[in-house]
Design a protein around this ligand. Structure first.
Ligand code: FES
Ligand code: FES
Length: 183
């Protein structure tokens, strides 16, 4: 894309979306949320308030959670975008998705995609092997306004994933330590 952004002009945008090179065209005023849904067909990203409040449109851009409704499509040219569609692989749900299902945390589902992407981002920033407390989880979720309420299953699912990841991390660390001591 040219570095010169011109109004009322379609600009070519190339990005990596969920690990795949994609391209599309957008006017400078087009929001990333609309670009993902209408130009690239990635309708997993939902749109609620369209002004950065509800969190339904949350995606990750270059590994950082962001509101797609506060980002112009032209801003992701040459960048990496992750959406809820990228969480499952080979038809299998990711661990967060599976925990949401297990704990009935989906509610009506409208906000779920954005919440999942915030969780991916937040859990990925925790110190390895650590487990957050409920207060920290609720603080993270405060970035999402959900009319279904009932945040309790969400908290349970997120804590479940954090615990499982911590157990896996410590088991792997113990295994490496055993191998080293045998060598
Ligand atoms: Fe983007 Fe509500 S639709 S924050
Ligand atoms: Fe139903 Fe949020 S999941 S409104």
């Amino acid at each position: 894309m040219s570095s010169l952004i011109q109004r009322d002009t379609l600009h070519e945008i190339q990005l990596v979306l969920n690990g795949r090179a994609r391209r599309g065209r957008a006017e400078p005023r087009l929001l990333l949320s609309d670009f993902l849904r209408d130009e690239l067909g990635a309708t997993g990203t939902h749109v609620g308030c369209e002004h950065g409040v509800c969190g339904a449109c949350t995606v990750r851009i270059d590994g950082v959670a962001q509101r797609a409704c506060l980002t112009f499509a032209v801003q992701v040219d040459g960048r990496t975008v992750e959406t809820v569609e990228g969480l499952a692989s080979d038809g299998l749900l990711g661990d967060l998705q599976a925990a949401f299902k297990r704990h009935h945390a989906l509610q009506c589902g409208f906000c779920t995609a954005g919440i999942l992407m915030s969780c991916v981002d937040w859990l990925g920033r925790l110190p390895l092997g650590s487990v957050p407390d409920e207060r920290a989880v609720r603080e993270m979720l405060s970035g999402h306004l959900c009319r279904c309420t009932g945040y309790t299953p969400l908290v349970a699912a997120i804590l479940d994933v954090a615990r499982n990841r911590a157990v896996a991390f410590h088991a792997a660390a113990a295994s490496v330590s055993t191998e080293v001591s045998r060598a």
